[in-house]
Design a protein around this ligand. Structure first.
Ligand code: SAH
Ligand code: SF4
Length: 358
């Protein structure tokens, strides 16, 4: 059986016309899949019976059933534990800040990179997700948003209609997206399709731990997505102790790849820095990262450490965090932002995704 979420629009078209049906039906099917987010062929009345019969016989629409759904206390974050066909589970997070709806989606079950402070890294690697499983998470979130809209719900207090459409996707859930390059890039192509979910490339952010060959490959892609690189330390030794993958892709090699990426694409990179008290948050650390990024088009995203069971570091206090940011901006003219801390109470914050069952 073919999972339709695995196919790009041209592939859906080739499938339908290969069965000698009109391409008009392929366009309709695509609209049902991504415009309406339909999950049942019965709910596609504009497709002739003979097309539907063939689809039912040879294809599936693999929605991911919800195992668990949790809302954060502030109501801004909702976390879904979704089941995969083989019994594995992944987490997908819906974040709703005023006028801005973002889905944080997973690219793997677990992660092989083993970052010490990350709950996904602590669980180890199980397997890559397929394109269809990555796409299905975004469709799931879009379907949820539609339902909320139909219920005249106050998804946010302004009843902002934009809140009912998925606008942004961040590949920052479970897994290392560049370790699953082909499936992820194909999923991005599907999400980006103008007659489907129509997520603009600039609204899709891919975050990587620093997989150098992946960054170099991405530099040559036509898609203008946003790239975020998890740095966390500005020296090879400091980085290797937090991010084991840095032993394989060393800091100088990583920075050279980032430079190539920015030069080739003309785009800046977002550098993520998880602030851990006493580990990477002193004034000296701020100056080290400032010097490292000095002549690169960059923005730094500061993320105060979120708690995970396998690591007992503490988040940097607010005073020191502000000082860190001030050094970047005043001494190095590097813009930086603090990642909003949302969903921590339901372990939906950065680095907290594992398969929690409660
Ligand atoms: N694998 C990718 C994307 C997923 S993690 C990557 O590592 O970039 C998304 C971001 O959350 C990364 O910057 C990661 O370093 C950060 N992160 C991981 N664990 C965290 C934690 N406990 N607290 C705060 N940020 C964390
Ligand atoms: Fe994997 Fe990213 Fe977590 Fe590191 S921070 S273990 S790369 S998911």
């Amino acid at each position: 059986m073919i999972n339709l979420y695995d196919l790009t629009r041209p592939e859906v078209s080739a499938l339908i016309t290969g069965w000698e049906f009109s391409p008009v039906h392929a366009a309709r099917l695509w609209r049902y899949l991504y415009g309406e987010c339909e999950s049942s062929f019965e709910a596609m009345p504009e497709l002739p019976e003979k097309v539907r019969t063939r689809l039912i016989a040879e294809t599936t629409i693999d929605v991911l059933p919800i195992s668990l759904e949790t809302d954060s206390n502030d109501g801004f974050t909702r976390k879904y534990l979704l089941s995969l066909e083989d019994g594995n589970r992944i987490e997908t997070v819906l974040m709703r800040f005023t006028g801005r709806v973002t889905a944080c989606i997973s690219s793997q079950v677990g992660c092989a990179m083993g970052c010490v402070f990350c709950a996904t890294g602590q669980m180890g690697f199980t397997r890559h997700l397929t394109t269809g499983e990555i796409v299905a998470q975004a469709v799931h979130v879009q379907r949820v948003l539609r339902t909320l809209g139909a219920e005249t719900s106050d998804i946010d207090s302004n009843h902002d209609p934009r809140s009912h459409r998925l606008r942004n996707v961040v590949l920052m859930g479970m897994g290392e997206p560049l370790h699953n390059y082909d499936a992820v890039l194909k999923a991005i192509e599907i999400l980006n399709d103008g007659s489907g979910l129509s997520l603009g490339a600039e609204h899709i952010t891919l975050s990587t731990v620093g997989v150098v060959p992946g960054i170099l490959r991405l530099a040559k892609e036509k898609k203008a997505i946003r790239l975020a690189v998890s740095l966390h330390a500005a020296t090879q030794a400091g980085r290797a102790s937090l991010v084991p993958a840095a032993r394989k892709w060393q800091l100088d090699e990583l920075m050279a790849a980032c430079r190539t990426y920015s030069e080739t694409t003309g785009r800046r990179i977002f550098y993520e820095w998880t602030l851990i008290e006493g580990e990477n948050d002193t004034e000296q650390h701020a100056r080290d990262v400032g010097s490292l990024l000095r002549d690169l088009p960059s923005q730094v995203n500061l993320i105060p450490l979120n708690p995970t069971t396998g690591y007992d570091g503490a988040p940097t206090r607010s005073e020191a965090s502000k000082r860190f940011q001030q050094i970047l901006s005043e001494e190095f003219k590097i813009p930086s932002t603090f990642r909003q801390r949302r969903g921590i109470d339901i372990a939906a914050g950065c680095g907290q995704l594992a398969i929690a069952e409660k």
